[in-house]
Design a protein around this ligand. Structure first.
Ligand code: GDP
Length: 442
C-alpha cells in the first residue's frame, strides 16, 4: 500500500512528541522539520508542503496548544486536521443529474493511467447501486481498448456500446448517448482516448466531445505511481478541458503517495475515488479523513467495515449465525470464509486497515498464497471428509496431503484449525442460546 514509508516516519515524529510532557516552540519547529522532510520524501508537491507546514506551525505554537494539557497530542490533532483539509476534508461524490435524466460522464487520462479499467469499475458500482449505466468505447486509438472495455463490461454486467475503431470519437459519443436514450440507460460513461503524453489532438478531441454531447461530469484518471507528473497532468487537463474531479489509480502499489496528497491543493479539484487494485471491485470512494487516519497510522476501521459489509451478504451471515447456534463448522465453511476474505482484498490488505498495524506490517511478508494452499488441501478431500472432518484418519490424511502436494503436517494443522473454530463456536453458541455451549454461556 502507498504511504508506508511516510506513515512510519510520521509515527516516529509523533512518538517523540507524545513522550514529552511539555513542548516548547523549538520542539514544535523541530518536529515540523521532520514532518516536512517526510512529506517531501513522499513526493508531495514542494509548494503544498511549504504551506502545509506553515499552517500547522502557526496553529501549533499558539498559546492554547503549548500551555494546554497534552500538547503533543494537540499538535498531532492539528497535523491530522490540516492533512484532511489538504485532501478536501469531506468525501465528494460524482454529481448525477436528478431523477432519471441521463448523466454523461466523460473519463479522460493519459494512456496506461487505468482509464478503461476504471470506467468498468465505476460502471459496476453504479449498477450495484441500482442505476442503469452504459459504457461507450470512444478510445479508437489504443489497440485492444475496445475489446478490454467489452470484456470488463461483461464482467460487471454492464452493456458496452461500440462502433469499432474506424469512426470519429465524437460521432461514437453522440450515437452512444442516443443508444442510452433508447434503451433506458441513465448513466453514460465515455471511455475516451489517451495518449502517451499530453498533446493538442487529445485535448482537442475531449473539447469536441464536450461541445457535441451534454457531458455533465468530466473525470480525470491519473496514475499514483507517476507521482508529481500526475499532479502536473491534472493541472493541464483542468486548464484545457476543465475537469470536475479526479480518480487516482494504483494506490495499492508501491507508490510514495505524494500525488494523492498534493493533487487537490494544486488543481482545486477533489479526488473522487482511488483505485486499489487491478480487480474490478478495487475502486473505493475517497474519504480524506479515513485516508489521513491510514497515513498517520491510526487505521481505517470504517473502510474495513464497509469492505466486510459488501463482501458478506445477508444470507451468508444468517447461515453463519445458524451454524454458530448449532456449533457445526466444517471444511465447506472454511472455504466460504476464505472466499469472503479474498473478496475483501486478502489478509494483508485487511490487516493494514487495523489501527496500529500499518507500520508493524512492514518487513513482515504476509503470504496471501497460504490461502491458496489451504484451498488446495480442502479440494483434495472427499465430500464426506469436508462435511465431517471427524472421519479424517491417518491414511486419509496421507492421501489428502499427496493430492494437494503438501507435507502431512500441513493437513494436520488445518484439521486442528477447523477443530479450534468448532470449539470456539461451541462456546459462542451458548451466548446465542444454541445447544452447543454450557448453560448460561460464558
Ligand atoms: P488506460 O490506457 O488508461 O485505459 O489503462 P488501462 O485501464 O488499460 O490500465 C492500465 C493497467 O493498469 C492495466 O494493467 C490495469 O489492470 C492496471 N490498473 C488500473 N487501475 C489499477 C489500480 O488501481 N491498481 C493496480 N495495481 N493496477 C491498476
Amino acid at each position: 500500500m502507498a504511504f508506508e514509508s511516510l506513515s512510519e516516519k510520521l509515527q516516529n515524529v509523533f512518538k517523540n512528541l507524545r513522550s514529552k510532557g511539555r513542548l516548547t516552540e523549538a520542539d514544535v519547529k523541530a518536529a515540523m522539520k521532520e514532518v516536512k522532510r517526510a512529506l517531501l520524501e513522499a513526493d508531495v508537491n514542494f509548494k503544498v508542503v511549504k504551506s502545509f507546514i506553515k499552517t500547522v506551525q502557526e496553529r501549533a505554537v499558539g498559546q492554547d496548544v503549548l500551555n494546554g494539557l497534552n500538547p503533543g497530542q494537540m499538535v498531532i490533532k492539528i497535523v491530522k486536521e490540516e492533512m484532511e483539509a489538504l485532501m478536501g476534508s469531506t468525501m465528494t461524490e460524482i454529481a448525477l443529474r436528478p431523477g432519471n435524466e441521463i448523466t454523461i460522464i466523460m473519463m479522460a487520462g493519459l494512456q496506461g493511467a487505468g482509464k478503461t479499467t476504471t470506467c468498468a469499475k465505476l460502471a459496476g458500482q453504479y449498477k450495484k447501486k441500482g442505476k442503469r449505466p452504459l459504457l461507450v468505447a470512444c478510445d479508437v486509438y489504443r489497440p485492444a481498448a475496445i475489446k478490454q472495455l467489452q470484456v470488463n463490461g461483461e464482467k460487471v454486467g454492464v452493456p458496452v456500446f461500440t462502433m469499432g475503431d474506424k469512426q470519429n470519437p465524437v460521432d461514437i459519443a453522440k450515437a452512444g448517448v442516443e443508444h442510452a436514450q433508447k434503451n433506458g440507460n441513465n448513466i453514460v460513461i465515455l471511455d475516451t482516448a489517451g495518449r502517451l503524453h499530453i498533446d493538442e489532438d487529445m485535448m482537442g478531441e475531449l473539447v469536441a466531445i464536450k461541445q457535441n454531447v451534454d457531458v455533465y461530469q468530466t473525470v480525470l484518471v491519473v496514475d499514483a505511481m507517476t507521482g508529481q507528473d500526475a499532479v502536473n497532468v491534472a493541472k493541464e487537463f483542468n486548464d484545457k478541458v476543465a475537469i470536475d474531479g479526479i480518480i487516482v489509480t494504483k494506490l495499492d502499489g508501491d507508490t510514495r503517495g505524494g500525488a494523492a496528497l498534493s493533487i487537490r491543493a494544486v488543481t482545486g479539484k477533489p479526488i473522487l475515488y482511488v483505485g486499489m487494485g487491478e480487480k474490478l471491485e478495487d475502486l473505493q470512494q475517497f474519504y480524506p479523513d479515513r485516508m489521513t487516519s491510514r497515513i498517520l497510522g491510526m487505521g481505517d476501521v470504517l473502510s474495513l467495515i464497509e469492505k466486510a459489509e459488501s463482501a458478506i451478504d445477508e444470507e451468508q451471515a444468517l447461515k453463519m449465525t445458524e451454524k454458530m447456534k448449532k456449533a457445526s463448522f466444517d471444511f465447506n465453511d472454511f472455504l466460504e470464509q476464505m472466499d469472503q476474505m479474498k473478496k475483501m482484498g486478502g489478509l494483508s490488505s485487511l490487516l493494514s486497515m487495523i489501527p496500529g498495524m500499518g507500520s508493524k506490517l512492514q518487513g513482515i511478508d504476509i503470504d496471501d498464497s497460504m490461502m491458496d494452499k489451504t484451498a488446495a488441501i480442502i479440494y483434495s478431500m472427499t465430500k464426506e471428509e469436508r462435511a465431517n472432518p471427524k472421519i479424517i484418519n491417518g491414511s486419509r490424511k496421507r492421501r489428502i496431503a499427496a493430492g494437494a502436494g503438501v507435507p502431512i503436517a500441513e493437513v494436520n494443522r488445518l484439521c486442528k484449525q477447523v477443530q479450534n473454530q468448532k470449539q470456539m463456536m461451541k462456546q459462542m453458541s451458548g451466548m446465542l442460546g444454541g445447544r452447543g455451549g454450557k448453560k448460561g454461556g460464558f
